[in-house]
Design a protein around this ligand. Structure first.
Ligand code: GN1
Ligand code: MG
Length: 380
C-alpha cells in the first residue's frame, strides 16, 4: 500500500489545502498501520505545521463519508470546548479544508468536496492542523498517564453524548464480532496464502471463545447495551497529551461512528495496560498491569459515572477481553489472508502480533475477577 513519494509531490498535494504560511517542507511521520502520514512545515504567517494523510481507501471505502463524519464530530466538540473556555485549536482536531481556487466545479457541489483532495491515481488526501507541543505514547509509562487517558476518552464520550446526526459507517461491522466471524470463516476457507495448515493452535484460540464473544455481542444487537457515538480506535497512540501529561485531544477520528462505548474502554485497556509491545516477540514482556487498569478505569469513570447504564458497567471489564480477542482474530486473519490489511515490517509480523495479543488476552482473562471488582469500586 505504501508508495514512496517525493517531497515535491507531497508539497504539491499540500498546496491544495488552506495552510496559512508558505509550504517549506514535508516528511513522513509516525508508524500508522493504515494511512500514510506526513508532516507539512510552513513558513511565514503563523509558522504552522500540518498533518497531511493519504487516507487508505481500500480500508475506508467511503473516504468522503468518513471526512464528513470527522467534520461533524469535530465541529460539535469545538462548540463544547469553546463553551467551557478551552482552546479550540488544541483541544480538538482542526480539519483544514481545500483551497477553493484548486477545486473543480464537481468538488464544489459535493457536500464533502472541501474536505479532501483526490490525486491523479485516485488516492484521497486530507489535512488537519498539527498541535504544537503535543506528545504521543506507544504505551503508558505511569498510572498517572493511564488516569489522564481514561479521563480524556471519558470526556470525549461526554462531549459527544448529545450528538444526534447519523454518522456514516466508515468500516462495515468494525467491532461487530458476528460480522468478523463471517470474514474469518471465509478467510480460513480461502486460505489465500496457504498458511492455515501451520496455524492449528492459533485457530483454536479463536474457536474456543467464539460463543462467549457472540453472547456479548447479542446484548449490543438487542439493545441491552446501548449504542452511542464512539471513537473505536482508542489505543494510546491515538491520544495527544501535552508536556504535563494532560490530554489535549483524541486524534485519528477515521473510525468515529455509532457503536458501544465499551469498545473504547476495551481498546484502551488492550493498549495502555500492556507491559510489553503490541508486537512483542518476547512474550514474557506481555501482560496486563492491574495498576494501570485501575488507573485508567478510575480516570474514565470520573467522567462517565452516572451516565452509563447498568449493562455497560457490568460489561466494562469484559470489553477488554472482547476487543483484545477481536484484535487477535484481526491480526491472525490478516496473516491468513497474506498481509493485505495492516502494514508489516517483516514477513511474520502479523503472526508475532497475533501471539503477543493472545498473551495479552490470557493475562486479561486471568485477572478478570479483580478487574470486575475494580470497576464496581469506581462506577458508583
Ligand atoms: C489500526 O490506524 P491505527 O494504526 O491507529 C486499526 C485499529 C487496530 C490498530 C492496532 C482502521 O489503528 O483498529 O486496533 O491498528 N485501525 C483500523 O494497532 O483498522
Ligand atoms: Mg492511529
Amino acid at each position: 500500500m505504501t508508495m514512496i513519494r517525493t517531497n515535491e509531490e507531497i508539497m504539491e498535494i499540500a498546496g491544495k489545502f488552506m495552510t496559512t504560511g508558505k509550504i517549506r517542507e514535508a516528511r513522513p511521520l509516525g508508524p500508522g498501520f493504515i494511512n500514510d502520514t506526513f508532516i507539512v512545515v510552513t513558513e511565514g504567517e503563523g509558522n504552522a505545521r500540518y498533518i497531511l494523510q493519504r487516507k487508505n481507501h481500500i480500508v475506508f471505502p467511503d473516504v468522503p463519508g468518513m471526512m464528513k463524519n470527522i467534520e461533524l464530530v469535530t465541529e460539535h466538540i469545538r462548540k463544547k470546548v469553546v463553551a467551557a473556555g478551552g482552546d479550540p485549536l488544541r483541544e480538538v482536531l482542526t480539519v483544514i479544508t481545500r483551497r477553493p481556487e484548486t477545486m473543480t466545479e464537481a468538488e464544489k457541489e459535493d457536500p464533502a468536496g472541501h474536505l479532501y483532495y483526490r490525486d491523479g491515481s485516485g488516492n484521497f488526501w486530507a489535512m488537519c492542523l498539527f498541535i504544537e507541543g503535543s506528545v504521543t505514547y506507544e504505551k503508558a509509562d505511569t498510572p498517572e498517564l493511564c488516569y489522564k487517558g481514561g479521563e480524556g476518552i471519558g470526556k470525549f464520550q461526554a462531549q459527544l453524548s448529545d450528538f444526534t446526526t447519523p454518522l456514516n459507517e466508515t468500516i462495515k461491522g468494525f467491532h461487530n464480532i458476528r460480522w468478523r466471524f463471517v470474514q474469518w470463516d471465509e478467510a480460513v476457507r480461502r486460505d489465500a496464502a496457504g498458511r492455515v495448515k501451520d496455524l492449528a493452535e492459533e485457530i483454536s484460540w479463536i474457536d474456543s471463545r467464539r460463543e462467549e464473544m457472540l453472547a456479548f455481542w447479542s446484548l449490543v444487537e438487542d439493545g441491552t447495551i446501548p449504542t452511542r457515538v464512539t471513537h473505536n480506535d482508542t489505543k494510546i497512540s491515538n491520544i495527544l497529551f501535552d508536556g504535563k501529561g494532560d490530554v489535549l485531544c483524541v486524534i485519528d477520528l477515521d473510525t468515529c461512528m455509532s457503536s458501544t462505548s465499551l469498545n473504547d474502554f476495551g481498546d484502551a485497556i488492550r493498549s495502555y495496560t500492556n507491559t510489553g509491545a503490541e508486537d512483542d516477540r518476547n512474550l514474557g514482556n506481555v501482560g496486563m498491569s492491574m495498576e494501570m487498569f485501575e488507573a485508567y478505569t478510575r480516570g474514565y469513570l470520573s467522567q462517565r459515572k452516572g451516565n452509563l447504564t447498568e449493562s455497560e458497567i457490568s460489561h466494562l471489564a469484559f470489553s477488554a477481553r472482547y476487543i483484545t480477542y477481536e484484535q487477535v482474530l484481526r491480526f491472525l486473519m490478516d496473516y491468513i489472508d497474506g498481509d493485505v490489511y495492516y502494514k508489516i515490517a517483516y514477513p511474520e509480523h502479523n503472526l508475532v502480533r497475533t501471539r503477543a495479543q493472545y498473551r495479552m488476552l490470557q493475562s486479561i482473562e486471568a485477572q478478570y475477577g479483580e478487574m470486575m471488582r475494580t470497576v464496581e469500586k469506581y462506577a458508583r
